[in-house]
Design a protein. Structure first.
Length: 74
């Protein structure tokens, strides 16, 4: 996705398992350990990919934000 959309803003809608895999991959957790990440339905997780000279960085900007929901739906 990053290679196909360099310099663009991209929205990905996915299952919570994909978000867990993204944490595993981005934070280099490896295949023998697991990062369990709780995510509400419609929770918003925001990763940012930043290119610096000579290196690339993933940043976790927010995880599982539900402030778009009314309190009774959280």
């Amino acid at each position: 996705i990053v290679a196909a959309h360099r310099g663009e803003r991209v929205l990905v809608v996915c299952h919570g398992g994909v978000i867990e895999f993204a944490f595993d991959h981005i934070f280099n957790i490896g295949p023998w350990r697991r990062c369990e990440v709780w995510t509400h339905n419609t929770g918003v997780t925001h990763f940012e990919y930043v290119e610096h000279p000579g290196r690339e960085v993933w940043r976790l900007r927010s995880h599982d934000r539900v402030d778009h929901l009314t309190p009774d739906l959280r």
